[in-house]
Design a protein around this ligand. Structure first.
Ligand SMILES: [Fe+2]
Ligand SMILES: [Fe+2]
Length: 184
């Protein structure tokens, strides 16, 4: 698989989790039941799968490779994407803090969770769109095939080192379970 194909497949998984998160927000607003455990799983997914693993592949491997290949016309876009990763990181951290207070019994915390979650969903959706349509096509066109193969190998190594194979499978299992619960 080309490295950008792998990132696009991950984008699909992330979008699906964002859909689940939106449904949970709707349940929180209308005071319908939901499990805080599920929110815990999503926050963990956003921290580890999205930020550490997916954003790690982009920040540590793909973006530097584009820079090295002299694709300077996308430098501004890359800086914008990096800033969005940082904003996303802060929002997820805030969501985690609000979730902890909810678990301690602070009911008002649901407002903060819904607020931060919605901001995150909007941010990530347009971020993914920009990468898929503005950045990845140029990487596919301009990076030589052997360079792309090398990036794929580096992606594999990062995934193994940062989250481990078992954990990756576990995220996919949770994603499936949550989708069946909230997206039917
Ligand atoms: Fe990104
Ligand atoms: Fe991405």
């Amino acid at each position: 698989m080309q490295p950008t194909e792998e990132l696009k497949a991950e984008h699909e998984g992330i979008l699906q989790m964002l859909e689940v998160l939106e449904r949970i927000c709707e349940r929180m607003e209308s005071r319908e039941p939901f499990l805080t455990d599920h929110l815990d799983q999503i926050v963990e997914f956003l921290k580890i799968f999205v930020d550490t693993c997916h954003h790690g592949k982009e920040e540590d491997i793909l973006f530097p490779a584009l820079k090295k290949a002299g694709i300077t016309e996308k430098e501004e876009l890359i800086n914008e994407l990096l800033a969005e990763h940082r904003t996303g990181r802060t929002l997820v951290k805030d969501m985690g803090v609000a979730l902890d207070s909810l678990k301690r019994g602070t009911e008002d915390a649901t407002f903060a969770i819904v607020d931060k979650a919605r901001e995150y969903i909007t941010l990530l959706k347009q971020h993914i769109q920009k990468e898929n349509t503005d950045l990845f096509p140029i990487a596919e066109k301009r990076l030589p095939q052997d360079e792309q193969n090398e990036l794929s190998e580096q992606f594999d190594r990062l995934e193994k080192e940062k989250i481990g194979v078992g954990r990756h499978e576990e995220f996919h299992r949770q994603m499936k379970e949550l989708s069946e619960t909230y997206l039917r």
